[in-house]
Design a protein around this ligand. Sequence first.
Ligand code: PEP
Ligand code: MN
Length: 357
Amino acid sequence: MLIVMRGDASQQEITGVVSRIEECGLNAHLIEGRERVIIGAVGEARPVGHDIFRIMPGVEQVMAISRPYKLASREFCPENSQFPVGGLTVGSNEIVIMAGPCSVESRSQLLEVAQAVKEAGANVLRGGAFKPRTSPYAFQGMGEAGLELLAEAREITGLPVVTEVMSPEQTPLVAKYCDILQIGARNMQNFALLHAAGASQRPVLLKRGMSATIEELLMAAEYILSHGNRRVMLCERGIRTYETATRNTTDINAIPVLKAHSHLPVFLDPSHSTGNWQYVAAVARAGIAAGADGLIIEVHANPDQALSDGAQSLKPERFAEMVSQVRMIAAAMGRNLAGQAMPVFPAVQQVALDARM
Ligand code: PEP
Ligand code: MN
């Protein structure tokens, strides 16, 4: 349930409500809005009536949250969540681009691509050190040595790093090196991992399972949020359908649906959602037009030699081209790319010229 405090509620009144929530066996999650404090009371205790809170001093209103996910819902937090991640603000008007190889393969491979994506405008470096592969005989990632290389690439480029974590036991190690923990599609419902990522208090990029509904994605986010870890980014990465022309089907609908039902930032991964580099830029543009807050893109200097996902990896020059296209789409949506000024449209320049004549 949501307990909306009056605009003039005192700290003591807020603390009183929090203590009462805890006495009822629930957890209290505070949102300090511009005008008032809203307190979410969630947990698995027996149903608690609204009246005991309604009569407390400082309380304006008590409401039920209608969705099964609570802390992830728009009802809980009507404004978009914005939070700091490695020197950036995610969820703001500025679109964040994460880019890099599918897997960290070697020092030279990672450093070359890290520099290239930075120059092209990426804000975060991606790269898998622990890889969840369909075949046990496929490259499984460099492990901790890969994490060390990511940390070195961050040192050199200044880009924060996102990398996948596959198990709860691995979480402290991965969290030690990275700025953002990535939970992959195959682990979206690994509940022990979700708990560990929540407890780590690290920002988390949570990818939608390939056969998961939007509601299941939001329920998975709820596990992380329930630990008081608010820095959760949702990621649409394509779902399984009957279509075989692409690796997955980009559920573009998921972007506006997630934005409608949740306050959390939404990312799109057009690399995995298409599985083919030729379609990545088009789908990236569509994602930004649909309202995504960011993108995660696979880039490799020599896709033919990539140890994983070469077919969907952009070469650096194509990635740079994609960034400039995405920048124009973002501007049309009244947004800009993190760290970059908004471009001036040729059409706008034309209007200005006409006005002078
Ligand atoms: C990846 O990002 O390389 C990856 C394995 O993604 P997903 O979990 O979406 O398949
Ligand atoms: Mn990949």
